[in-house]
Design a protein around this ligand. Structure first.
Ligand code: KIV
Ligand code: NA
Length: 277
């Protein structure tokens, strides 16, 4: 496959082909995305929770995200790589936002960055980063970095005020220069109503049918433990298999069944004799 470009994504959108996006946070998950033929790999700040164990995306730093992004970059040849800019790394000024986005482009080889929100400040950041030459994916609806202000991790656009705000924001981020829009946890009918008004593709997560979909790889593979959001579909149950595998190993070591001869190096007896002597 040829590397996925912005032009290719635009072509897919115009042709009505679904754009498939999935997260990756390291070399292994990057290879999985590559081999599965994914169009866009998202180094999501969900990695803060999924692979770094924080209880939200708020604490993760630019340096931590860069480490994840660089590992993904080494794994991925074909998909477009989009990196989330973490909370606090673009809020102060347009100059700070450009500096942060530049680090993801230069140090991690990100093709684009993703920014949450669509307030006046956020629109200004989108314009600034795009003007600096780095493509931007916008993210509206449920925006986990500011979930506290939204009243928790809950669906957006469910009353008139919130629905109108959603529609206004979708158009505003497009006008600000975003080349794609992630919409999280917004009713499907509301998303369907706004799609005809947009030139850029909408990648949904908990947003019903759109121009494409995104899920957290560790959620869809069942690597994540415990509660997952309503919008997650689990296509495998790897966590159980992983625990079972490591448990079987521990059990075999404890009862002397591992290592067996087939996992052991042989040596000529004379060689051993020289050591005994
Ligand atoms: O961080 C992430 O995984 C995301 C997706 C859920 C869109 O932002
Ligand atoms: Na994110």
């Amino acid at each position: 496959r040829n590397p996925v470009t912005l032009a290719r994504l635009d072509e897919m959108h115009r042709a009505g082909e679904q754009i498939v996006m999935v997260t990756a946070y390291d070399y292994v998950s990057g290879r999985v995305a590559e081999q599965a033929g994914i169009d866009i790999v998202l180094v999501g700040d969900s990695g803060a929770q999924v692979v770094l164990g924080y209880d939200s995306t708020v604490p993760v730093t630019v340096d931590e995200m860069l480490t994840l992004a660089k590992a993904v970059r080494r794994a991925v040849r074909t998909p477009l790589i989009v990196c989330d800019v973490p909370f606090g790394s673009t809020e102060t000024s347009d100059a700070q936002a450009i500096e942060t986005a530049m680090r993801f482009a230069k140090e991690a080889g990100a093709h684009a960055v993703k920014l949450e929100g669509a307030t006046e400040d956020r629109l200004s950041r989108i314009r600034a980063i795009v003007a600096a030459g780095i493509p931007v994916v916008a993210h509206i609806g449920l925006t986990p970095q500011t979930a506290t202000a939204l009243g928790g991790l809950r669906a957006q656009g469910r009353d008139e005020t919130s629905a109108l705000r959603f529609a206004r924001e979708a158009l505003a981020v497009q006008d600000a220069g975003a080349f794609a829009l992630v919409v999280e946890a917004v009713p499907a009918d509301l998303v369907a109503a706004i799609l005809p008004a947009l030139r850029i593709p909408v990648i949904g997560i908990g947003a019903g049918a759109a121009d494409g979909q995104v899920l957290v790889q560790h959620d869809l593979l069942g690597i994540t433990e415990g509660h997952t959001a309503k919008f997650v579909k689990q296509y495998a149950s790897l966590h159980g298999e992983m625990v079972a595998g490591v448990t079987a190993y521990a059990d075999e070591v404890r009862r002397g069944a591992f290592p067996s001869e087939s996992h052991t190096y042989a040596v000529r007896p004379e060689v051993v004799e020289t050591v005994r002597a």
